[in-house]
Design a protein around this ligand. Structure first.
Ligand code: KPL
Length: 292
């Protein structure tokens, strides 16, 4: 199967790398990373120790059977345009935040599936990605239920990743959103690893942000009562990790605040003070950096 990974940063490279022995994988990312992968292959370290040889470039190949989208949520419109031009057979969002699938679907004729991914990854240097935590991928129709494309994509992913084909992706996306709303902005603003929200001064802020997200989810029809416990569990399981938003702030890059805590604020029909505060602080930092 021809698999294009659109957004081969840390997570996309890990996902593509884990599939490369079984499928014809093409990583689409930035230089110098894709150049090194093209010349020397991709080294997987951490939980894996493997050298793989996917194709790699800055633009997507024509007609891939499957496109796995792993760009930051603010780059989804650009991914939709680029993938729309190469007509993948099926597309799957494995991104943080909400609304990515709908944005992709505006430009693609193909089925667009929802996905969540809890593998941890870090690009240690061009051509080298470290797996900082073995997680799980869930994939399924973006409106829930089951479909032939979702089952087929599940088989493709299962070649290299722990995979579940799920009939309740909308609920799972809310569950993942709550975890990200609890961990990402808090650890980014406090400049602490994920484990710092398990207990200590930041834990109440993180669990309140997750609990507010669960209330908003319930209001739009999705019960994620386990959100607070799940946030603590993920923080404990990824205790040493630097969350993606923390990595972005450290590197001076724009963050996914709009698609995470900002989405909670926009969707809420009642006050969500913790998410509002986190969103305001991260947006203020972004403005200071000239990103907005
Ligand atoms: O998804 C993550 C992220 O960093 O974006 C978590 C779950 C917080 C793991 O670091």
């Amino acid at each position: 199967m021809d698999v294009c990974v659109f957004g081969a940063g840390s997570l996309g490279s890990l996902v593509g790398g884990l599939l490369a022995d079984d499928h014809d994988v093409h990583l689409v990312g930035r230089e110098p990373h894709v150049g090194v992968v093209r010349e020397e292959g991709l080294r997987l370290t951490g939980a894996f120790d493997r050298q793989v040889y996917p194709a790699a470039s800055t633009t997507p190949p024509a007609d891939p059977d499957l496109a796995l989208v792993t760009v930051k949520s603010f780059d989804t419109p650009q991914a939709a345009r680029a993938l729309g031009a190469v007509s993948p057979g099926t597309a799957v969002s494995l991104q943080n935040g909400m609304g990515n699938e709908a944005t992709l679907a505006t430009r693609l004729d193909a089925p667009v599936l929802a996905g969540t991914c809890t593998y941890g990854a870090r690009l240690s240097e061009p051509g080298v990605v470290e797996c900082t935590g073995v997680g799980e991928v869930a994939v399924g129709p973006r409106t829930g239920g089951h479909s032939g494309p979702a089952d087929r994509v599940g088989d493709v992913l299962a070649a290299g990743l722990a995979t579940t084909v799920a009939g309740d992706m909308p609920r799972r996306l809310w569950g993942k959103l709550a975890v990200n709303a609890g961990i990402n902005a808090v650890t980014a603003l406090a400049r602490v690893p994920n484990g710092a929200v398990v207990d200590g001064p930041a834990s109440g802020v993180a669990t309140d942000a997750a609990a507010e997200t669960a209330q908003v989810a319930a209001n739009v029809g999705f019960e994620i009562d386990e959100a607070v416990d799940r946030t603590r569990e993920v923080a404990a399981a990824t205790a040493e990790n630097t969350a993606s938003m923390h990595q972005d702030i450290r590197a001076g890059r724009p963050t996914e605040i709009d698609a995470i805590n900002g989405y909670v604020v926009e969707t809420a029909d009642r006050p969500v003070p913790v998410n509002t505060t986190l969103t305001g602080l991260v947006r203020a930092w972004e403005r200071g950096q000239g990103h907005r």
